[in-house]
Design a protein around this ligand. Structure first.
Ligand code: RP5
Length: 163
């Protein structure tokens, strides 16, 4: 299947966080590709990836990075595709550095910034599916089913003392 989402990250060490985006995309039936693209260690690859993403058929890019997290913003500077940034929880500053690096973009170049860590990666996958769902009815239905199941699970088990 033609990948519609590009799931990139600055390092293999980001995968334990970013795999939660992959899990959500798989759950919702969205085809994706994934690879390590580092803003600092492979800048030429970053530019090539971002510049060719749209012509290769991608519709959304999810970019995760930690620390001096320049990957999402630099990708966004080289493509008109929507870029979703996931701040990976860093060891030194618990991801606050990553969050601010990704969120504080100058006006005119947009990155949609998610929460730090697992929740952010999960929601990046969900939000990417919601974007794909605007033109793919099957994916939109999968998103609605997921949300309804989640709601029903809470309603069916409201006692906080029970698992
Ligand atoms: C960033 O530096 C990566 O996104 C990663 O979160 C962080 C540390 O990378 P490694 O030193 O673990 O490869 O570029």
């Amino acid at each position: 299947m033609q990948p519609l989402v590009g799931l990139i990250m600055g390092s293999k060490s980001d995968w334990p966080t970013m795999e939660h985006a992959a899990t959500m995309l798989e759950k919702l039936g969205v085809a994706y590709e994934t690879k390590v693209v580092s803003a600092h260690r492979t800048p030429d690859l970053l530019f090539d990836y971002a510049k060719t993403a749209s012509s290769r058929g991608l519709k959304v890019i999810i970019a995760g990075a930690g620390g001096a997290a320049h990957l999402p913003g630099m990708v966004a500077s080289q493509t008109a595709l929507p870029v979703l940034g996931v701040p990976v929880q860093s060891k030194a500053l618990n991801g606050l550095d990553s969050l601010l690096s990704i969120a504080q973009m100058p006006g005119g170049v947009a990155v949609g910034t998610l929460a730090i860590g697992k929740a952010g990666a999960t929601n990046a996958g969900l939000l990417a599916a919601q974007i794909i769902g605007t033109f793919d009815g099957t994916v939109q239905q999968a998103v609605e089913d997921f949300r309804n199941t989640q709601t029903q699970a809470v309603l069916d088990n409201p006692d906080p003392r029970e698992d």
